[in-house]
Write a protein that binds this ligand. Structure first.
Ligand SMILES: *Cc1c(COP(=O)(O)O)cnc(C)c1O
Length: 384
């Protein structure tokens, strides 16, 4: 036993309680836990929250990104610009659609897609760009939009790291043609697993309801309702498949949790902002440990708190022996065997990621735990 190990602190932790349990119970009692009315209700409430026309619930942001890219029916072999530091799903989305990802270097401060490199990597074959608001820090959407418009690129925003914040007065997720969100268990809010496709362009995204549900264009529960309304109709079983379908639907069990989480998202964001402020205050003036991002907890909704340190791996071990979980978000994708074939430089990414450490950030983190983490960071910073 390590004497210093006062706590065992998790990196992430979903904020789930009695309310979510009651909401699931409701779905149990109705004995409808698949794609049903709760999914529609969640989609509508989500659209209201974000302030957009339409949303389509799916079982992950990975599925959301896949379907979002498919909505444009880009010709095979065209190219999609993606940041080199992101979760794999951002770059899988073009690959699923028989398109090529083109890695764009990141800005060394914000870790979001670099505008300079975006211009350098652009070629006539490019059809879209997928910016990621890394850690919750907004990508420069006004500039990206300007660039995209002048080159006829579609924008799919990967909003897996932020929910509900605005950049220059416009909600993140609504700057681009389509916004994609994640409700995976570690993310800003959760449905277990889940994702959402949102847009003001209903004609663009509502057809994706068929793609998410094995190609069938009617939600099952709507079919159920029409049976009740037309007792005589013996064609209740009839449907047509006109598009390639996937089994990507959100289900009512997930949506039940999502409806409650949505009510809590603003307060959960606020708690995370408070924790980040406490961290920033605590590490202010450290020489060898610096904040990962130019955090502005009053303006943005962050999902990830991290630091940069030249002795990254030593710090990870040190924190581990003190009962503090850490992570690394993320290794540049080109360094993975699967994405190596698309390696095209991105030297900023390949240098800066070596210093990244993600620290615990979740709504149940106690002040004394944060202070304990800061205390340990201080010990390491002093000894450095
Ligand atoms: C988590 C994440 C995804 C994928 O989300 P899932 O809901 O787990 O599929 C996509 N993009 C980024 C940037 C992510 O962090």
């Amino acid at each position: 036993m390590n004497q210093n190990k006062k706590f065992n602190i998790r990196l992430f932790r979903p904020d789930l309680g009695e309310e979510e349990l009651l909401s699931i119970k409701d779905s149990f009692e109705n004995a409808w836990i698949g794609l049903g009315p709760k999914v529609s209700e969640f989609e509508n409430k989500w659209s209201d929250y974000l302030g957009c026309k339409s949303s389509v619930g799916v079982n992950s942001a990975t599925a959301a990104l896949h379907l979002a890219v498919s909505a444009f029916r880009f010709p095979e072999g065209k190219k999609v610009l993606v940041p080199s530091i992101t979760f794999a799903s951002t770059a899988f989305a073009p690959v699923y659609n028989n398109l090529e990802p083109v890695f764009v270097d990141v800005d060394s401060e914000t870790i979001s897609i670099s505008l300079d490199d975006l211009e350098k990597k652009y070629t006539k074959d490019c059809v879209a760009v997928i910016p990621v608001h890394f850690g919750g820090h907004p990508a420069l959407m006004d500039k990206i939009l300007e660039f995209a418009n002048s080159h006829n690129l579609k924008i799919i925003e990967d909003c897996a790291h932020t929910i509900g914040a605005s950049y220059k007065g416009i909600k993140l997720g609504l700057w681009g043609d389509i916004g994609c969100f994640s409700f995976e268990e570690k993310k800003a809010m959760t449905t277990g697993d889940g994702g959402m496709i949102s847009s003001d362009n209903s004609e663009l995204i509502l057809p994706l309801k068929a793609n998410r549900w094995v190609g069938i264009d009617k939600d099952t529960w709507k079919r159920e309702l029409s049976i009740k309304n037309e007792e005589e109709n013996n064609k209740h079983w009839y449907y047509e498949i006109a598009v390639l379908g996937y089994k990507y639907n959100m289900n009512d069990l997930s949506a039940s949790i999502g409806l409650i989480q949505l009510k809590k998202i603003d307060s959960m964001n606020k708690k995370r902002s408070g924790i980040i402020s406490r961290y920033l205050e605590g590490i202010k003036g450290f020489n060898n440990i610096k904040p990962l991002l130019p955090y502005e907890p009053g303006n943005n909704n962050y999902w990830l708190f991290g630091v940069r340190c030249k002795k990254r791996d030593k710090l990870i071990s040190f924190l581990k022996t003190n009962g503090i979980a850490t992570g690394v978000h993320y290794m540049p994708l080109e360094l993975h065997p699967f994405f190596k074939r698309w390696d095209n430089g991105c030297m900023v990414s390949k240098n800066i990621w070596k210093e990244f450490i993600t620290l615990p950030l979740h709504t149940k983190l106690l002040d004394e735990e944060i202070d304990y983490i800061i205390e340990k960071l201080k010990v390491f910073d002093d000894k450095f």
